[in-house]
Ligand binder design. Structure first.
Ligand code: TYD
Length: 140
């Protein structure tokens, strides 16, 4: 399927608030996230001014959460781009396959949690932008 940045969206996650004890957010597999979570990883200690990502995935769905601090995620489908400022632990950005993503503007202490639909596979990555544009042309 030819995916676009409009297939990606910010999702509100379940938030349990207590004035006295603080907050708790739950992400239930197949309940709050629209895919089966097979892997969880997180980015942290990203130096200010550094960017991460700079690739697309062929089959991977991801939910990206700023569990601490803030950063920006720019999504690109080869035709249009959309930038999301992530800074709330109770929101997750759903990123579908076939989208080039770049993460930058990391605040100090930012932690980027990623829930992923597949195990790690280097073969699922598209790391060359020119090749990504060609891939999008032939995606159907
Ligand atoms: P990469 O996905 O390129 O990082 P980012 O998009 O955040 O800049 O991964 C960085 C390195 O970590 C790369 O050598 C592959 C490795 N890696 C794993 O071994 N397993 C994983 O699940 C992930 C996400 C990365």
């Amino acid at each position: 399927m030819k995916t676009t940045v409009f297939d990606c969206r910010l999702m509100e996650l379940d938030k349990h608030h207590s004035d006295r004890k603080g907050n708790l957010t739950v992400v239930g597999n197949g309940i709050d996230v629209p895919f089966d979570v097979k892997r969880v990883y997180y980015l942290y200690d990203v130096p200010g001014g550094e960017s991460r990502g700079g690739h697309a995935h062929k089959a991977l769905f991801q939910l990206i959460v700023a569990v601490s601090g803030s950063f920006s995620v720019t999504l690109d489908d080869g035709t249009g781009k959309k930038t999301f400022a992530l800074n709330r632990p109770y929101q997750g950005l759903l990123v579908v396959p076939g989208i080039w993503r770049t993460l930058d503007d990391f605040s100090s202490g930012a932690v980027c949690l990623v829930l992923a639909s597949e195990k790690y596979s280097e073969g699922d990555y598209i790391r060359d932008y020119e090749w990504f544009l060609k891939y999008k042309e032939y995606e159907f």
